[in-house]
Design a protein. Structure first.
Length: 236
């Protein structure tokens, strides 16, 4: 059973978890995506100190690789590579949307999940997953970015993520049994997935860790923002 640090900075909330020999022992959270790059390393060190564990005792570094905040996923990847190179251990990238599905399983005992994350710019990141006791999670709908109107449930029984709130009108008629908009990417779910990946040997060299980007364009130009605002005012 691995000892590992798991963290996520893909959303407004940064989270760090410490797993010791397969058991989750510490978790911490910090809010504010613009401060993630300054907060994440002190959070990691604080958890290690509280548990009396040295970083060098970890078997792997797990992190949320995206999709999500452009700055956040780059921060996570850079921190994971730096830590892993420093102690010569592998990394375990975990897709943020899959981490949401795992959080839904851990918190709500749901095993067929549609993850929907607000991507800004009137779009969402989304994917569909199904969990089986023997094989773990399987991807039913690959991670992608699209307008909310393009999202569909391919047999998933529940949906989760802040995209459900950001575009609530579009998702009001989504055919699922329940919606859990409060479930977001979280380090505890990343640690849980990473434990299973480590046991399978599904790890990477730090040099092979990369953020998962689903689109090239990450922000509107000033002219595009003005056009959007004008269109919204006209529609009113």
């Amino acid at each position: 059973m691995p000892t590992l640090i798991a963290f996520d900075t893909s959303s407004d909330i940064a989270s760090v978890s410490l797993m010791v020999r397969g058991q989750l022992v510490q978790t911490d959270h910090s809010r504010g995506v613009t401060t993630h790059s300054r907060a994440i390393l002190p959070m990691i060190q604080s958890l290690l100190d509280k548990a009396g564990i040295r970083l060098g005792e970890c078997d792997a570094i797990a992190f949320g690789c995206g999709p999500g905040s452009f700055t956040g996923v780059r921060t996570a990847c850079g921190v994971a590579q730096g830590l892993a190179f420093g102690i010569d251990v592998p990394v375990i990238p975990v897709v943020s949307l899959l981490a949401m599905a795992e959080a839904c399983r851990l918190e709500k005992q749901k095993t067929s999940v549609l993850s929907v994350l607000d991507a800004r710019m009137r779009e969402v990141y989304w994917a569909g997953y199904s969990y089986e006791e023997e094989g773990g999670w399987k991807t039913v709908v690959e991670p992608q970015v699209s307008p909310p109107s393009d999202v569909f449930s391919s047999g998933q029984t529940v949906a989760c993520g802040n995209g459900l709130i950001a575009y609530h009108e579009a998702f009001a008629s989504l055919v699922v049994d329940a919606q859990f908009p409060g479930i977001m990417p979280d380090s505890q779910a990343i640690a849980s997935i990473a434990k299973m990946a480590f046991r399978r040997g599904d790890v990477l060299s730090p040099r092979d860790a990369h953020p998962l980007y689903l689109r090239n364009k990450v922000a509107y130009t000033t002219e595009e923002r003005q056009n959007l605002k004008a269109g919204a005012n006209h529609s009113c």
